[in-house]
Design a protein around this ligand. Structure first.
Ligand code: ATP
Length: 426
């Protein structure tokens, strides 16, 4: 396993995408002071999970994003990718993974409380709360059983580890382009000597720091280099387990004491329960005797009531027969009542008709009387007119006689006039 490539984009002074390819020969980065050489080391530390902005020579984590220059705008994201070659190691077959390593894989890969390597000795970094430690990761494929076969515990020939930070503060880790947690990054490089604080990065001033370091601080580096860090971690876990077991033991003892106390109480309660059971038996027997006596009494009463019930049943039958007869009589009476009602309605209808006829006759009689009176009045008028007409006829007869006498006179006059005329003519 070896580091093959470092790719930077938007990280500190690397605004453009920059790739450092580390071939088999030694690669050196040279340049004048302040040109950005240490930024390369910072990038490697950052992608390996450095959480302290001070360790990256900034005041806050966002300082790692390219902040812009005279001719260039600031960038919105910093990304650093480390590409490792992770070939199957020479002479190692998959079957070579030993039982001990599998056990180790179970302990590390499957355990819930894997503490960061050398956590006890390394000072806590200044935490950046926006880092996605607690976010769930995808299955990035870390499998400790692969360790004996390849340098990194992922069964791929190349392993890419990426860290991104956006200007809004959101951040993510990716292993082979799959979302990961910082814990996954730490698990990936456990016991490889690779890590933000591991011995594989000897940066400016680190040699001095190593020389000046306390024996304990130096021991951390040596232990990691010697590969004993995992045993140290296991010891820590075992100690934690022991602590938990002791706590559990204390709890169990307390529970035992409390159970013994409860047992004593329960024993007392059991004696009382026994006494209660005996008294309860007596009570049951008394209750049974009482119940038998009550049963006998009730049985007697039941017999009496049964015979009374039979009598009442007979009476009920007789009453039912009477009721039937009454019902029949009632039905007949009802029938008669219906017929009478029909007859009444018929008579009332006839009476109504007779009344109507009477009213009509009275009406007719009144109108006949009125007609007779008007005829009588007409006759009286006619008589008066006749009287007048008789008088008029008499007057006219007188006038006729007078007229006839006048006509006779006038005829004689005419005849005499004609004779005079004839005589005159002759
Ligand atoms: P020395 O030899 O003194 O150690 P160096 O070559 O290692 O220097 P660095 O200290 O890595 O250089 O780089 C410093 C340069 O990086 C400075 O020019 C600084 O302006 C630039 N730089 C640092 N952070 C950013 C940033 N966020 N955006 C843009 N440029 C940055």
């Amino acid at each position: 396993m070896r580091l093959a490539k470092l790719t930077l984009l938007g990280f500190k002074s690397f605004a453009d995408k920059t790739e450092f390819t580390f071939d088999r020969a030694i690669t050196g980065v040279v340049g004048p002071n302040g040109c950005g050489k240490s930024n390369v080391v910072d990038a490697i530390k950052w992608v390996l999970g450095e959480r302290s902005s001070k360790a990256l020579r900034g005041t806050e984590m966002l300082d790692v994003i390219f902040a812009g220059s005279a001719g260039r705008k600031p960038m919105g994201m910093a990304s650093v990718v480390l590409t490792f070659e992770n070939p199957v190691e020479a002479g190692v077959a998959v079957s070579a993974v030993t039982a001990a390593e599998e056990a180790e894989a179970g302990a590390n890969g499957g355990g819930e409380e894997v503490a960061p390597e050398t956590a006890a000795a390394v000072p806590e970094p200044i935490a950046d709360s926006r880092l996605p430690d607690a976010e769930p990761s995808e299955d990035v494929g870390i499998n400790m059983a692969v360790r004996g076969k390849r340098g990194l515990p992922i069964d791929t020939d190349t392993v890419e580890v990426e860290r991104r930070l956006y200007r809004d503060g959101t951040s993510e880790y990716l292993i082979n382009s799959r979302k990961a947690r910082l814990k996954d990054i730490r698990d990936l490089f456990l016991d490889t000597g690779i890590g933000a604080d591991a011995y594989s990065i000897i940066e400016q001033g680190k040699v001095d720091a190593m020389l000046l370091a306390s024996p304990m601080e130096r021991r951390v580096v040596f232990e990691e280099a010697a590969g004993v860090a995992k045993y140290r971690q296991r010891r820590l876990e075992a100690e934690r387990k022991l602590d938990r077991t002791e706590t559990n033991l204390t709890l169990a003892r307390e529970q035992l004491e409390s159970t013994e106390r409860r047992l004593r109480i329960v024993k007392g309660q059991a004696a009382k329960a026994k006494q209660f059971k005996a008294l309860d038996g007596e009570l049951r027997a008394v209750k049974m005797t009482l119940a038998c006596e009550q049963f006998d009494e009730l049985h007697q009463r039941l017999m009496g009531l049964t015979s009374r019930l039979a009598e009442l049943d007979g009476e009920r039958h007789a009453a039912a027969a009477q009721l039937t007869a009454i019902e029949t009589a009632k039905q007949e009476a009802e029938l008669t009542r219906h017929e009478a009602a029909d007859e009444l309605r018929r008579v009332e209808s006839q009476l109504q008709n007779a009344r109507h006829e009477e009213q009509a006759a009275q009406q007719r009689s009144r109108s006949a009387q009125q007609s007779a009176e008007s005829v009588k009045r007409a006759m009286e008028n006619d008589a008066a007119q006749l009287e007048q007409l008789t008088q008029r006829v008499e007057q006219l007869a007188v006038a006729q006689r007078d007229a006839a006498e006048q006509i006779a006179g006038l005829s004689e006059a005419l005849q005499s006039a004609e004779r005079g005329l004839e005589q005159a003519g002759a």
